[in-house]
Design a protein around this ligand. Sequence first.
Ligand code: NDP
Length: 489
Amino acid sequence: MTQEAHVTQGPLTTEAGAPVADNQNSETAGVGGPVLVQDQLLLEKLAHFNRERIPERVVHARGAGAYGTFTVTRDVSQWTRAKFLSEVGKETETFLRFSTVAGNLGAADAVRDPRGWALKFYTEEGNYDLVGNNTPVFFIKDAIKFPDFIHTQKRDPYTGSQEADNVWDFWGLSPESTHQVTWLFGDRGIPASYRHMNGYGSHTFQWNNEAGEVFWVKYHFKTDQGIKNLTQDEANRLAGEDPDSHQRDLREAIERGDFPSWTVQVQIMPAADAANYRFNPFDLTKVWPHEDYPPIEIGKLELNRNPENIFAEVEQSVFSPAHFVPGIGPSPDKMLQGRLFAYGDAHRYRVGINADHLPVNRPHATEARTHSRDGFLYDGRHKGAKNYEPNSFGGPHQTDRPLWVGSAVTGATGDHAAPSHAEDSDFVQAGTLYRLMSEGERGRLVENLAGFIAKVSRDDIAERAIDNFRQADGDFGKRLEAAVQALRG
Ligand code: NDP
């Protein structure tokens, strides 16, 4: 669909539908006199304009989205009873919102930043939201650190700018960030477009089958367009010349029928493996090596329809990692647990208590049947139906079957770190990633990191940051130290 299809017929009206006689001149007391309060069209236009913006997302403010189709290509019923995954060939409508993380709503697309990957499956058992990133890992592993982390990425309260001191102070003092930071400053840290990058569910999730058996799962969406990235210099130029480059690329590709697609893979871990796996399988700063749990191809995701209105369908789209369907549930990943609360809470603040009922957000393949009512912009969809349960008048009732299977827990409550495993390390996988890169990419990685670390004002902060990379790989640390010294003199 292109914009030409959206022409409105008939005369211009007020919000109340009355015809407008003059949309060019406000009403005045005589020719050249002051404007009259009775010019309701003028007042209505100015008042509405003042209220056009809703709070922008604190993170992932800048984004673009499209609808698509997910198609199952492999029988996965041995691992999950989710109906939308139940048979080969089954199709489910989706909406995918891509984003950058740190920039404000009007920021440029071509920047070094993780990309959000928020995918909604409109399944017949309700909407399933998989809210991941274009990287399989993250900077931290406990949501209690998230507000502090984001404060270091956004604007400093005194200078009003992002500050290298804050960024590197936090990363240096949070060695668990080393893997994700190595990724971010490598070639994949600036994708050429949203179409040329992979997506990941990032967290570990639970799948459970009809028999009630539990499996832990990680999702991978591998781009069929091939990985394509921008160098720092290319990105700097493009961000200035075409700030909307990623958004434009996605819309134009779909308009010309060049539908982007991703091959969907999962890694499956039987529940019994988790306790004694060599590292904590619920740690968001780590991947599961493919040799331990090989990726299994299960489907295809294609984007094939542009939104018709960016504000209604992209800005007001909401996703929550807590939106599960039968057969899928959370893991004890502490970042995921925090996000289960934070996303719904953000939407209630940003879009309102009825956000889930907007056309882009509501279930498309079933209906929401709740006893919640009213609130701002409630549309009366329940008409006169009873608004409580139990009741003697019919209406929706509970199923008595939980979506996911509960886990056994032991011990006292407390501010516990996650359970330790034999090979837990904040550095090993960062080192593996460094050694997996080509020599050319390693050079660019070191150059990108050094350029940023060199801006730090204090030696101790710079040294601590470099030391994390030294622990990941000796050669990595040595080269980085030399490059930073060369720049700092
Ligand atoms: P494998 O060799 O089995 O897998 C390597 C993975 O790394 C592939 O999925 C590949 O994705 C991806 N990759 C290749 N080059 C780069 C790059 N320059 N930057 C980022 N990712 C790249 O090894 P392991 O499973 O043992 O993982 C080794 C390292 O690879 C990890 O420490 C992690 O940093 C990274 N990685 C691992 C993933 C996993 O789920 N195990 C997923 C993605 C990255 P592609 O096929 O698209 O090129």
